[in-house]
Write a protein that binds this ligand. Structure first.
Ligand SMILES: NC(=O)c1ccc[n+]([C@@H]2O[C@H](COP(=O)([O-])OP(=O)(O)OC[C@H]3O[C@@H](n4cnc5c(N)ncnc54)[C@H](O)[C@@H]3O)[C@@H](O)[C@H]2O)c1
Length: 359
């Protein structure tokens, strides 16, 4: 559901790679785009009404890739009709909405998955194993930078609070909040800030539109229950950080034995260093390049693009193996609680405790 950019770039190529899955239907509110995609993707069952997809016997599972404010109602309708759900991040506009989605999917016993893409980068998967096995020593610091150089024209639905929830924070930084929790465990307290510099009151073709209401910079510092600490910064206004469209991403763990650095634009390498030896790239071992059993050839395509197809492999694997998908809606909820706390911290100028969330 939603046949826009991310479906065309990530999800449909990933379904095509996976012999266990067939694309049988597509839904979008924009019927011109929907019919174009129907021709491009070879799909006949096309509708502008997501209820038709949710109620169809032809459909076992749905991918929700619509604007953020629509994820909640679509996910709840899909869960009530027994459909497995892969939903884009952020799952919703706030933690209350996301909790409703999580409970609906959990209570319907469908597979539910949040599209936290960067967990699937080969170097991230390798770094996670080094962290969990103790190779890096005691984990002390986490550090994340995500810098993009995006045009200062309208972001469409993404720049309005009632449709997007927040800007860079919910669009970009939330991925980094998720993988930090995955690497280091729960966050207990955070102090955050957001800012908006670009007014975005014109479209790329020069038409006037209402100004942006959302952040284009976000940052937080946080404390993990393990005793580790973290610092995150994201911006879409970092001039000169285009890097072939992938932007700059740097995520780092400093352990008592080693530091490890993941970089999005070279996801098949990890930078490692210890006292007396400077950080240097190592090749990610072959077992991390694709998930077990996946037919994807890691030598095909642009590395920073093709690992995104591995989300679908995980989703379909969870369905066929009758197990939970990782990351689930619960993970989407935990990241949302932290992202919401960043906004509260910014508004109130205080540190904010992160509440425990029952499964
Ligand atoms: N995981 C990632 O790395 C990643 C990357 C990009 C986008 N996203 C997320 O994916 C989602 C979609 O982003 P996008 O860039 O593809 O946006 P987009 O604007 O290109 O596409 C969204 C599509 O949804 C359609 N739509 C709107 N309301 C609808 C409704 N009620 N029913 C059916 N279709 C509807 C629109 O017409 C549009 O074609 C967002 O939540 C975004 O945050 C995630």
């Amino acid at each position: 559901m939603g046949v826009g950019a991310v479906s065309d770039y990530h999800h449909v190529p990933a379904i095509r790679l996976d012999r266990r899955a067939t694309l049988v239907a597509a839904c979008d509110a924009d019927s011109d785009l929907l019919h174009k995609r129907g021709l491009d993707w070879g799909v006949d069952f096309l509708t502008t009404d997501y209820h038709e997809i949710c109620q169809s016997d032809q459909v076992d599972a749905v991918v929700i890739a619509t604007p953020n404010f629509t994820h909640g109602p679509i996910a709840v309708a899909a869960a009530r009709n027994g459909k497995h759900i892969l939903c884009e991040k952020p799952l919703g506009l706030d933690a209350d909405q996301v909790r409703t989605m999580y409970h609906a999917a959990r209570d319907a016993s469908v597979v539910h998955m949040t599209a936290f893409t960067y967990r699937f980068a080969p170097s991230m998967r390798y770094m996670r194993d080094l962290a969990k096995s103790g190779e890096l020593g005691q984990l002390r610091h986490f550090r994340s930078q995500r810098f993009l150089d995006l045009p200062e024209t309208s972001w469409g639905w993404r720049q309005y609070k009632d449709q997007a929830g927040a800007g860079d924070l919910f669009d970009m930084t939330i991925h980094r909040i998720d993988f930090a929790i995955d690497l280091l465990g729960p966050l207990t307290r955070i102090c955050g800030s957001v800012a908006r510099f670009a007014t975005r009151d014109h479209t790329a073709s020069g038409e006037a539109c209402p100004s942006s209401e959302v952040d284009d910079w976000s940052a937080l510092i946080g404390e993990f229950s393990s005793g580790a600490v973290g610092v995150w910064e994201g911006t879409t206004l970092a001039k000169g950080y285009g890097l072939d469209g992938f932007g700059h991403e740097w995520a780092e763990l400093n352990g008592s034995e080693q530091s490890a650095v993941y970089r999005l634009h070279e996801p098949n390498k990890l930078w490692l260093g210890r006292t007396g030896s400077d950080l240097a790239p190592v090749d990610v071992p072959p077992q991390y390049l694709v998930p077990a059993g996946s037919p994807r050839d890691p030598k095909d395509g642009v590395p920073a693009t093709v690992f995104r197809y591995d989300l679908m492999w995980e989703f379909v694997s969870a369905i066929t193996q009758r197990r939970d998908a990782v990351p689930s809606f619960y993970d989407g909820l935990r990241a949302q609680l932290v992202a919401d706390a960043v906004l509260q911290s910014h508004q109130r100028h205080v540190w904010v405790e992160i509440p425990d969330e029952p499964r």
